[in-house]
Design a protein around this ligand. Sequence first.
Ligand code: 4AD
Ligand code: MG
Length: 430
Amino acid sequence: MYQRIEEVNSEDSVGKKVKVRGWIYRKRRSGKIVFIIVRDSTGIVQSIVEKNSVSNDDFKSAVKAGIESSVIVEGIVEKDERSPTGYEIKTTSFNVVSYAEPFPITEYQSDELLMNLRHLWLRSRKMTAIMKIRDTVFKGFHEFLRGEGFYEVHCPMFVSTAVEGGSTLFEVPYFGRKVYLTQSSQFYLETMIFSLEKVYTVAPSFRAEKSRTRRHLTEYWHGEAEAAWFSNEDMMKLEERMIEHIVELVIRERKNELDILGRDVESLKNVQAPFERIRYDKIVDIATEIGIDMEYGEDLGADEEREITKRFNAPVFITHFPAEIKPFYHRPDPENPSVVLCHDMLAPEGYGEIIGGGERIYEIEVLRKRLADEGWKEEDYYWYVDLRKYGSVPHAGFGLGMDRAVMWIAGLDHIKYAIPYPRTIRRVTP
Ligand code: 4AD
Ligand code: MG
């Protein structure tokens, strides 16, 4: 029986015999004592290996084993203020499962090297903390939507149609013809609302983004939902409660990890629904006020979003974008068809867009016209158009950039830290 290190670091374990397994995190020798900090997935604890308390062989192993060697340690738990966690193991047996070669990552390394050694860097305390927060963000997403009666469904990644415009499509050779990697599962989710009404999926989306920014990946994780009978406003109400739920869960379950990352938790506590809703035309005014050069009809770029969201301490919705800067499927506002019933949710503190969503066109004539306006062929979208022939209903949906949500909630300054193996223009290894 093995104990988790988390259990060892507790009042209940003091005086008890324990056995843990993990990897050497830090090590220092002082004559006849070797201080070895061992880590497992739950934490770290110091093992004191004294020459007189273990066999000769065990002491030699402790002296020889370097950082990241895998080990099994047995001993008695004692309290000691000087040890990093306040508890330590007075070791009676020290076994090395596998001696590590000199570990290539030391304290100060270039980002490039760390990215090349990503498979090893993932073991660091910082990356471990981020991965645990990421896990909680995904858990919160699933938990919330299932709680709201959404069914989880799965959509194809090889597709034959664009969703978000042609310029960011990845082409893939496919048995003598060309297909694409999906930009969004939205259209497939739309097909499923006619049976399940409320559906969601978490899957990769692919974007051949030429932009080298802190928040663009070429392959990212996309949490998308679609619901029959929902209006744009209904969807925003759902999303703000969802984001509140996810952030609360992270604050509750990942306090330690937020601490390790130095995340300012107070600012996360401001994330409470309802979020402010601002119309796009108002944003143009705000931008002008704070000295950003932006004209009506221009999309918000990363810089604009950063400046605007720095002024808010909770997420905000931007609604009623001009139709021409949004993909064809967005439903025009019946009161002013030059704008669409959609929304972007921007995260505060400069993070910017994390969600895009809105109402979909459900009238077949309007959809046909928009497809034609944008130069898409109806036959390529026959199945999407069909949905408007057989019992069409008003509906809405959204897509949350999961990695961007992790980046914001964990307080990271680049999206590449938010995902185990980031894919960017320059990097597909390891
Ligand atoms: O705003 P986007 O392009 O919207 C859609 O794809 C809709 N079809 C979603 C839907 O309604 N079902 O993408 C949605 C979100 C963005 O708000 C952003 O958070 C994230 O996906 N995203 C990216 N994340 C990382 N890297 C990229 N290159 C991203 N592009 C979009
Ligand atoms: Mg968007």
